[in-house]
Design a protein around this ligand. Structure first.
Ligand SMILES: NC(=O)c1ccc[n+]([C@@H]2O[C@H](COP(=O)([O-])OP(=O)(O)OC[C@H]3O[C@@H](n4cnc5c(N)ncnc54)[C@H](O)[C@@H]3O)[C@@H](O)[C@H]2O)c1
Ligand SMILES: [Zn+2]
Length: 361
């Protein structure tokens, strides 16, 4: 079992990464010496696949676990759904020492984390991420939230888990498009922080796509290390953490311009990473070899590098509205070559227009 330790002012916790880790959930939770009641939160799809195993593992360790199931999908990240979970927590007699345990993807993690952060002013939170995106991204960093009709993640908190158990075995049942979506964030971690990891992805793409447990465990481990190192230096997103947004400036614009329907998050980010790489090359920050390498790896993982049909004007309008924009200038995360991220607001609009033209052709 690989372990990644995360140290923050708010506390320390360990991410356990191991095929079969779900079966050891009870023992790992027991080790935290929390209360003997727990609420497991899952969505209907994940509950049918892994809910029983999670609850059984907890009960075998003497923890009286109840399962709360929400509908799958982004719509469950809502205050109304959180309220049903508070009601369930009260009915089950959860007290301040009782953990809320998220078993699912980023939707369940963000929702259950928000409930854990607010129920009784905060109870222990445990994450059992079951999508690749959740294992490499959303379960690390402590951002929890629900959506508001006016926008995504508008109501939330920074709330760190006490424990994360990532079982790459759970990824066997993940739809291929969800796997690819998570791989976009994995590729991103290589680009912003680690050329050797990027090379590992290039050399092991077949094993990763075949979901060989050892290679999945390795990409989850290294991704968690990279994201944790960034978050440790900037827990509340005041500066460095921005490099995790590589590919996300254009990516968010593409998601918004297509009504969050045509592209998965990772697909939009993959197009955005190609755009950011092209922009970096146009501005002399990296060579064409970097652009070609990013493009080839994305394609290998079944990710798009263009969004034909999107209108550059629409994307520009969304870029201007990007929440990371300060004083009208977008803070761009560029690459100075594989393994290096550069944050700058000094990007001429002509260059942005040229790249948006290219990626929408
Ligand atoms: N907190 C953060 O830092 C952070 C970071 C990135 C994304 N997010 C959030 O994460 C959410 C997206 O997460 P996601 O991509 O995991 O989506 P998701 O939670 O909706 O999961 C995707 C789909 O896969 C299914 N699924 C999950 N695990 C499965 C498995 N092992 N086998 C089969 N099916 C499975 C789910 O039922 C769902 O239908 C968004 O709401 C986003 O805002 C949060
Ligand atoms: Zn992302």
């Amino acid at each position: 079992m690989a372990e990644v330790n995360v140290s923050l002012p708010a506390g320390r916790y360990t991410i356990h990464i191991a095929p079969g880790g779900l079966g050891r959930l009870g023992a790992l939770v027991r080790g935290l010496a929390l209360g003997d009641r727990a609420l497991v939160v899952s969505d209907a799809t994940v509950a049918a696949l892994y809910g029983g195993r999670a609850v059984d593992a907890l009960r075998q360790a003497g923890i009286n676990a109840d399962l709360a199931v929400v509908p799958p999908g982004e719509d469950s990240k809502a205050l109304a759904v959180a309220e049903t979970l508070y009601t369930k927590a009260i009915a089950c007699g959860l007290d301040r020492r009782s953990p809320v345990i998220a078993v699912g993807g980023g939707v369940v993690g963000d929702l259950a984390g928000f409930v854990a952060a607010t129920y009784l002013r905060g109870v222990p939170f445990i994450q059992v991420p079951t999508t690749l995106l959740a294992q490499v991204d959303s379960s690390v960093g402590g951002k929890v939230a629900v959506n508001h009709p006016a926008g995504k993640n508008l109501i939330g908190a920074f709330y760190q888990p006490r424990l994360v158990v990532a079982d790459p075995g759970c990824l066997a049942t993940l739809p291929a498009r969800e796997l690819a979506s998570g791989l976009a964030e994995v590729v991103k971690h290589g680009i912003i922080a680690d050329a050797a990891f990027f090379a590992y992805l290039e050399g092991n793409s077949a094993a990763i796509l075949a979901r060989e447990p050892g290679s999945l465990a390795e990409i989850v481990r290294r991704s968690c290390e990279i994201k944790a190192a960034v978050v440790e230096q900037d827990e509340k997103e005041s500066g460095l953490r921005m490099i995790l947004n590589f590919g996300h400036t254009i990516g968010h614009a593409i998601e918004a311009a297509t009504g969050f329907a045509r592209y998965s998050h990772g697909e939009a980010v993959a197009v955005g990473m190609h755009g950011a790489a092209r922009l970096s090359s146009l501005l002399g920050r990296c060579g064409p070899d970097t652009v070609a390498a990013i493009r080839a790896l994305s394609a290998r993982f079944g990710l798009p590098t263009a969004a034909p049909g999107c209108r550059p004007e629409d994307l520009l309008a969304y870029l201007a509205r990007d929440k990371k924009s300060i004083g009208g200038a977008v803070n761009w995360v560029l690459t100075g070559g594989i393994g290096r991220a550069v944050v700058t607001a000094d990007v001429p609009e002509e260059a942005v227009r040229q790249v948006l033209d290219e990626i929408t052709r």
